[in-house]
Design a protein around this ligand. Sequence first.
Ligand SMILES: Nc1ncnc2c1ncn2[C@@H]1O[C@H](COP(=O)(O)OP(=O)(O)OP(=O)(O)O)[C@@H](O)[C@H]1O
Ligand SMILES: [Mg+2]
Length: 254
Amino acid sequence: MGKIIAIANQKGGVGKTTTSINLAACLGVLEKKVLLIDADPQANASSGLGIDVASVEIGTYQVLEHTIAAENAIVKTSSPNLDIIPAHIDLVAIEIELVDKPEREYMLKKALTSLKDSYDYILIDCAPSLGLITLNSLVAADSVMIPIQCEYFALEGLGKLLNTIKSIQNIHNKDLEIEGLLLTMFDSRLRLSNQVVDEVRKHFSIMVFETIIRRNIRLSEAPSYGESIIAYDATSKGAVNYLNLAQELIKKNL
Ligand SMILES: Nc1ncnc2c1ncn2[C@@H]1O[C@H](COP(=O)(O)OP(=O)(O)OP(=O)(O)O)[C@@H](O)[C@H]1O
Ligand SMILES: [Mg+2]
C-alpha cells in the first residue's frame, strides 16, 4: 500500500516545492514508484518538472471536483519512476467551487483511493495557505512533512499549522502523522542558520529529519530547465542532500 505524504507549510517560500520535486525524483531513482500531486495554483511543481503549465487541461482541479478519475489525470515525467498530476492557475477557483459541497474536505481522499496501490509514495506539494485545497491534502494524507527554512522567523506560523493538524486529526483523519520537520536552505556560514537548527532540534527533537537541506544554487537553477536536481546536476550538494533525505524516509518507513 502506498504512503501519501503532504508537504505543507502555509509560510511561503520555505522549500515545499523544491522538496516535493527533488524528493520525488530521488525516491524514483531509488526504484520507488512515485506520484507527485501539484496542489498549488502557482503550479511550480508542474513547471519545475518540465510541464507546459499553460496547456494543462486535465489536472488537480478536475481530480478535486471529481469530473475525472485521478488515473486519467496522470502524466509521466522524464524522471525515472515519477508520474505527476499537474496543476494550472485555474486551480485557485476550486476553493470557491467546493465550498457548498457536503464532503468538501474529502474530495482528494476519495479520488486517490483507487490509486494508492499503484505507487509506493504519493507526495502532495501544498500551496502556502491553509485553505480548502491544503485541507483536502491533509485529509487525504497518511503523514505530513513540514519544511522549515533556516532563516529569520523560521517558526512563524508553525503553531498554527500544528493546531490545524491537530484539528484534522480530531475531526477528519485520526491517523494523520507528522512524518517530520525538514530543515531547508541551511547555510553553515551563517550563525543564524545554526541557531535555527539548534532551536528546532531542541523543541522538536526526534520529529526533525537528520538530513538537512543546504542552500545550493543548483537547486534554484534546476526548475528553469524543467529538471529535477538529479537530472540537472547529480553531483551537486543539493542532489546529495535530497538523495539522503529519500534514503532516510525509506528507512523510516521500512
Ligand atoms: N536548498 C535550497 N538552496 C537554494 N535555493 C533554494 C533551496 N530551496 C529552495 N530554494 C529556492 O527558494 C525559493 C523558494 O523555494 P520553493 O519554491 O521550493 O518554496 P515553496 O515553499 O514551495 O514556496 P511557495 O510557498 O511559494 O509554494 C525558490 O526560488 C527555490 O528555488
Ligand atoms: Mg511551492
